[in-house]
Every structure is written in structure tokens, then in C-alpha cells.
Design a protein around this ligand. Structure first.
Ligand code: BGC
Length: 757
């Protein structure tokens, strides 16, 4: 595979400027801190092709829906993450000539995303139309230490001239979204302020009334220290600037430091935002760039200490996994239960920045194993807070008695997706949310959570399933009609095996924990309802291929022409870009793991032979046109000992965006599938499984790796796992004894004890 950027274990590096790669690079080199994020747009004016993106977590706009044929039950809007105030802007004019990489001659260019330190750096030399040459170096970060803060250091060195520079440091809230249904402008100004030391723009979103105050403070220095300059002020609606001119001497370096604070009403009362952002930016400026950077790097160091995976012997794989871990932590840090993880994080507008089932099915396992359990808990609490809305949502569709249908796509608990085959039918998302609670409990052993917050959610979901199944006289079983499974290349099918299976499991789990939690809250569950639950659990229909162990994706699956993805001509892939939707729906080709997704989640329920038979049946039919797919197949391939297949699928997922396999990195990165990449290594290669009663490790290692090492948390105890071609080392890094099955053999490790097998 062609690598878009240089391979380096800790960095993403670009050594020449290619305007055609700019939008891809803007996504890949994005930075963020869980609270806000910024695409790698340039600070200075750039008139070339670019997708400006500055996003503030949780701030969205309900863009009015556009559909051809309105159906009852459709939501009114599709939430959009908003492009917010541009805080990076610094314009540079040399003797009246604006610098612009699209129009100036770029003599050299170096861009670096340092994943260890969480910084974005650029170093480039330009020749202007009049022959003047200068070197510019910029470094910026969104602070992981103080999540309201960002900072930029922007240095200029005139190479072959001395002359006057005019620098304009600005905040611009007059920004639009690339993806807006009616080209509306989403922001209103609340207030602005500008003086020679601080500038501030406070804006509010139309309709949703989110307030965001962005403040800046700029200083300019040469080698001898701060320069005292005459600053010109300029302002207009949603815009403020500080601008100053200075004589530059040839060969000397001058640096502009721009400090930023972003405070939003997602986090603070709106009346406090202006003061908050101004006092925060002043504090940052008095601390200084180096101290802020030091604290920021320290925060990343703590994340890497717990979450890093070291792969020896394969730099491409090493860079790939770090890139994934890095972006996941830039997107979500678990500090605010109102925030969640959009499929594109803070790297683009696609998917509206909203929450999908991706969170529970893919991201939750990552945070459960790499961070304090509090972080994963926040993700669950988010859904707990949305329970009433999920009940309302189900009521709108005709369900009753506290049945809850969580939205396919949401910002605040309301459904905002409007394609009937997904909104009404892709209901398996409910199962992933229930499974997430179960998964959290088995990782943390926190049964209090289950009782207080988990059970009401599980019950609402179980009620939904019990009403969504119907009894079939002809099959003498409960069936579920008109659904879309995880494989979105099939719509409106009957008895999707995955959905029926997870629904039945959920009702069964509800019955099981009902015993444990006893009378909780004011939830009244009648004997009649419990009897219905039990009856359904015993009699759910699950389609199978007679005479085999193969579970059929849905009724009628074998009527399809039985082809394999290898029969597809390369120029017809991805089929979603070449075939009509009708042809896709009638074909056998599977967009993403579906039956195999179920075997992955409920692996303990099946023997190895059954998993193998289903894998061999479905993998050749799967085109993996969802980024969420290869990781699940990789995990199962590893379990089946298919090391080469697992490695091939792992590489495909880990470098999906870095090498831009799907030619779509320009619109943002696949953040949620990055967690899948991590799973394909930890659960796939290392075979880590956490069941209700045990921790298990069954590792394999690809031929090209000499060793891989990482930590996981189990019941809040960190365990180090190092796998080489010949042995596996386990080390208990926690304070209490830890029991672990390594290759089916039980070992109990005391604090700090290790074994090598
Ligand atoms: C996938 C869904 C996923 C969504 C957002 C779609 O392409 O099919 O499973 O939830 O992307 O990542």
C-alpha cells in the first residue's frame, strides 16, 4: 500500500507541500483535547482548496431536514456539529504583500504531528513575488492540561531582506458549515471586545442557543524579549483583530505568541463565559507558551503511560496504532457527560458530530481497558440521561409501557436521523447500548452502577424488544420483521440473526439482573410482563442453514446469488460508489460484520468450530465498506489462528485514514473505527477477553513483529502484557492480586509480580 505520509513511530510527517493533499492533511494532522478540536488549517491566509474546521464539543445546530417523501415519525432536524469561531488566524504581510502558500513559491515545507506531545508543527520557506524569502515556523496545541486553552507560537525569519512586517492576529466568528442543508448561517453575535491586549468574540447558535466565548491574547518578541508595539484595533460583527507592524532584520527570528481560551455553555453558565474566557486567556499569557506547552506534554505523557501500545519490528503498524490512540484521546477524555464521540470526532463535519452505536460497540471497550473506569462510565451516563427521550421516541413509534428506543443518531437524546430504513429499522443500536452496560460491569465489577443506572436502561430496552418481536403462528416462534441489521446493504429484512440474538440476550439479561437488583426505583414490572419476557427468551426464532452451524444473516439469505467479493472487478469497488442501491440490496455482498458481529460479542456462547464455519462463510462475502468492519473480522481471524488474515485486516484498519484507503480522509477521519483498530490488536492479536468471571489472554503474533507490549485495566488493576515470537510476559502493575488465564492456564500475580511463559 502506498503511504501518504512518512513512516515514523511517534510522528506523522509531510516533507513537501502538495495543495492536492491539503484537505487530507488537514484531517490527518487535526488536533483537539476532548473539549474542542481544530483541523490542520493554516494560520495565515490560504486561498487554495481547504475545509476550515474548528469544532466545540456538544455545540450543534438542528439543520432542517431535507427529504423527498416525508414519513410520519421522521425527526424534524439533523443535528450538525458547527464550524465555530476561527481562532488560529494570523495574517502576515511583508511590505504590503500577503503571504499565501497557494500563491507564493514554496521553497521547502515540513509539517509534523507529534503524537507523543500532541503538537502540530510547520516549518516552511517561501519566496514572494518580489523575491523576498522568509522562513516561518509554527507550533500549536489544544491543551490537554487545561481543556479551555490553546496556544500558537508563530515565528518569522527574513532570509534575504530586512523590511516591515504587518501581523494581524484575529478571531473570526463569521464562519459557515460546508455541510448545511439550506446554506444557513448558524451563529449570532452576543458581544465582542477588543483592546490592545485582549480580543473576544462571544457568539450564540441560532435555535439551540449554545453560547461560545473565544478570547485571544497576542504578544510579539525578538531574541531580546517582548516588543512593545503600537497595536491597531479593528472589529466588526463576530470579528476582532489586533494588528501591528514591525521592522524585521535579515536573519533574525521574531515570534508571535497567540493564546486562546474557548468557553462554552456546554460546560459553564452562559452568563459567565465572557469573563471566564478573558480571565483564562490572561492567565495563559502570564504563564507563557513554554509553561503551557510543558503542562500539555505532561498530560499526554500520563495518557501514553497507560494507553500506549509498543510494536517492535514494524514501524508502519506502530505508527498506525499510535495514530488511532492519539485521535481517540483527542476526541474524548470523559470529563463531561454531555459529550460523546462522533464518528469523525473533531476532524470534519460528516455524521454531524453526533453519537451513534459506534460509541458502545467500539469505543467503550477502548476506554474501559485503557483509562480510569470513570471515563467509560461517563459514556454510559450519557445514555442514562437520555432514557426519557428514548422512551418518548419509542412512544412516537407506537410502543408503550416504558419501552425505550435509543436514537440511531443523536446529540441530546432525540433522534435526528431520517431515512426510514435506518431510523425505524436499524434498531440493533439498542442492543449495543445494553451490551455496553453489561461490558462495563464485567470490566469493573461495579454492581452499584448496574443497580442504580444500568438497570432502568436495560429494562426500557428489554421492553422495546419484547414489543418489537411478534409471535408467528407459522414458525411457532417469536420473529422480528422489517429491520436493518448492522449490514446496511440489506434493508427491511425479516429475522436479522444479529438483531434477534442481541434482543433475546437483552431480555434474558434483564430477567437475570432483575433478581439481583430487587425492587429498584419506582419501576414496577408486572408478573405478566415477566412471563412474556420469559416466553420470548425461550421461543425466539434464529435463522440457520440446515445441516450446518451457519447462522443466516436473515430470512431468505440463501436465495441470493452466492458470490464472493473476490468475484467483483476492482473497478466496481467500493460497490456503494459504482452500483445502484437496488443492485446492492439484491446482492449477497455484506457492507460490514453482521452475523460475525454477534459471534464477536457473544463469543462465549459458541464453540470454535461454529465460529470458524461462520467466519469462512461470511468473510468472503464481506466487502468491508464500513470502517467498522475489518476490526471485528480481524479479532475473529486471530481467534481462529488465521494470523496472516488477522494481520492483513489489522493493517487495513490501523492505516485506513493514514493511507486513505477509501479516498475520503479529506472530509475527516474515522474516529470510532479507530477504537476498532485498537480492539483488533488487544482482543485480536493478544486474545484478551474479559468475561464475567475471568481475565483471559491467548496471544498470537504476526511474523513481522518481534514484540508488542501494552497495558490493560481489569477491575481497576493495570496489567502489562508483552508478547514476543517465543514467549508472553504478564506483569501485575497494580496493588492487589490479579488472577489471569494465559493460554487457558490460571496464574495469580501479586502486586508487581510478573511471569514469563
Ligand atoms: C455504518 C454504521 C455506523 C455509521 C457511523 C455507517 O457507515 O454502517 O454502522 O454507525 O457509519 O460510523
Amino acid at each position: 500500500m502506498y503511504n501518504l505520509f512518512e513512516i515514523d513511530e511517534w510522528k506523522i510527517i509531510e516533507r513537501s507541500f502538495d495543495p492536492l493533499k491539503q484537505k487530507q492533511a488537514e484531517s490527518i494532522f487535526s488536533i483537539g483535547n476532548g473539549c474542542f478540536g481544530q483541523r490542520a488549517n493554516f494560520e495565515e491566509t490560504f486561498s487554495g482548496d481547504s475545509l476550515p474546521g474548528s469544532y466545540v464539543g456538544g455545540v450543534y445546530y438542528p439543520d432542517k431536514t431535507r427529504v423527498g417523501w416525508w414519513k410520519n415519525g421522521y425527526p424534524e432536524y439533523f443535528a450538525k456539529v458547527l464550524n465555530a469561531c476561527n481562532w488560529i488566524g494570523i495574517n502576515v504581510e511583508i511590505e504590503g504583500v500577503q503571504i499565501d502558500l497557494a500563491t507564493s513559491q514554496v521553497l521547502s515545507f515540513y509539517r509534523e504531528l507529534n503524537m507523543k506531545e500532541g503538537t502540530l508543527k510547520r516549518l516552511f520557506k517561501l519566496r514572494l513575488a518580489d523575491g523576498k524569502e522568509l522562513e516561518i515556523e509554527s507550533l500549536r496545541f489544544c491543551s490537554m492540561h487545561n481543556e479551555d486553552v490553546a496556544a500558537i507560537s508563530y515565528s518569522l525569519t527574513p532570509i534575504n531582506f530586512s523590511g516591515i512586517v504587518r501581523l494581524t492576529s484575529y478571531l473570526n466568528g463569521r464562519v459557515t458549515n460546508h455541510d448545511a442543508n439550506y446554506d444557513e448561517f448558524f451563529w449570532d453575535e452576543v458581544s465582542r471586545d477588543i483592546n490592545s491586549s485582549v480580543g473576544m468574540v462571544c457568539a450564540k447558535t441560532k435555535k439551540t442557543d449554545f453560547y461560545v466565548a473565544t478570547a485571544m491574547c497576542s504578544s510579539f518578541s525578538d531574541q531580546n524579549g517582548l516588543l512593545d508595539l503600537e497595536v491597531k484595533l479593528n472589529e466588526c460583527e463576530l470579528y476582532v483583530e489586533n494588528s501591528f507592524g514591525h521592522a524585521l532584520n535579515q536573519g533574525e527570528k521574531y515570534t508571535l505568541h497567540k493564546y486562546i481560551s474557548i468557553a462554552s455553555s456546554v460546560k459553564y453558565p452562559s452568563s459567565e463565559l465572557v469573563d471566564k474566557s478573558i480571565s483564562c486567556v490572561k492567565n495563559s499569557a502570564s504563564l507563557g507558551f513554554d509553561a503551557l506547552l510543558h503542562n500539555h506534554i505532561g498530560a499526554w505523557e500520563r495518557i501514553w503511560d497507560a494507553a500506549d501500545i509498543v510494536i517492535d519490528g514494524d514501524s508502519a503498524a506502530q505508527q498506525g496504532i499510535r495514530f488511532n490512540i492519539f485521535h481517540l484521546y483527542q476526541t474524548y477524555t470523559g470529563k463531561n457527560a454531555k459529550l460523546n464521540i462522533g464518528p469523525k470526532g473533531f476532524t470534519g463535519e460528516k455524521y454531524g458530530g453526533a453519537t451513534y452505536w459506534d460509541t458502545e460497540a467500539y469505543c467503550l471497550p477502548f476506554y474501559l481497558k485503557t483509562a480510569d473506569p470513570q471515563i467509560a462510565r461517563q459514556l454510559l451516563i450519557y445514555r442514562y440521561h437520555h432514557l426519557d427521550k428514548a422512551i418518548e421516541n419509542a412512544e412516537k413509534l407506537g410502543f408503550k409501557n416504558g419501552a425505550a428506543l435509543y436514537p440511531m443518531v443523536t446529540m441530546n437524546g432525540e433522534e435526528c436521523h431520517n431515512e426510514w430504513e435506518i431510523t425505524f429499522e436499524e434498531i440493533h443500536r439498542n442492543g449495543a447500548i445494553a451490551f455496553g452496560i453489561y461490558n462495563y460491569v464485567r470490566h469493573t465489577g461495579n454492581r452499584d452502577y448496574l443497580k442504580k443506572y444500568g438497570f432502568p436502561v436495560i429494562l426500557g430496552i428489554a421492553r422495546f424488544w419484547s414489543q418489537r418481536f411478534n409471535w408467528s403462528d407459522s414458525k411457532k416462534a417469536y420473529v422480528m420483521l422489517g429491520v436493518t441489521g448492522p449490514n446496511e446493504y440489506e434493508n427491511n429484512v425479516n429475522n436479522n440473526w444479529y438483531t434477534n440474538y442481541i434482543a433475546r440476550w437483552c431480555i434474558e439479561y434483564c430477567l437475570e439482573i432483575k433478581e439481583e437488583v430487587g425492587e429498584v426505583h419506582d419501576l414496577i414490572i408486572s408478573e405478566e410482563e415477566l412471563a412474556t419476557f420469559r416466553n420470548i427468551v425461550k421461543n425466539v426464532y434464529l435463522p440457520e442453514l440446515e445441516g450446518t452451524n451457519i447462522f443466516l444473516q436473515q430470512d431468505g439469505f440463501m436465495d441470493k446469488e452466492q458470490l464472493s467479493a473476490s468475484d467483483l472487478p476492482l473497478n466496481e469497488r467500493p460497490i456503494n460508489q459504482h452500483w445502484s442501491w437496488d443492485r446492492i440490496l439484491r446482492s449477497i455482498f455484506i457492507k460490514q460484520a453482521d452475523v460475525l458481529q454477534g459471534l464477536y460479542l457473544f463469543e462465549e456462547h459458541f464453540d470454535l468450530e461454529t465460529i470458524r464455519e461462520n467466519f469462512d462463510f461470511y468473510e468472503p462475502k464481506t466487502v468491508h465498506e464500513s470502517s467498522l468492519s475489518p476490526c471485528v473480522h480481524a479479532i475473529l481471524a486471530a481467534k481462529l489462528g488465521k494470523v496472516d488474515k488477522a494481520y492483513e485486516l489489522y493493517l487495513r484498519t490501523s492505516r485506513l485514514d493514514l493511507d486513505d484507503y477509501n479516498h475520503e480522509a479529506d472530509e475527516g477521519l474515522h474516529i470510532t473505527s479507530m477504537a476498532g483498530t485498537w480492539m483488533s490488536l488487544v482482543e485480536g492479536m493478544a486474545g484478551v477477553r474479559i468475561t464475567e468471571s475471568s481475565l483471559n489472554v491467548n496471544p498470537i503474533i504476526p511474523k513481522s513483529w518481534s514484540c508488542y507490549t501494552f497495558q490493560i485495566r481489569y477491575q481497576n488493576n493495570p496489567l502489562l502484557i508483552a508478547v514476543t515470537q517465543t514467549n508472553t510476559e504478564l506483569k501485575n502493575l497494580g496493588d492487589s492480586d490479579l488472577s489471569v488465564y494465559l493460554n487457558e492456564q490460571l496464574y495469580t500475580l501479586k502486586a508487581n509480580e510478573s511471569i514469563t511463559v
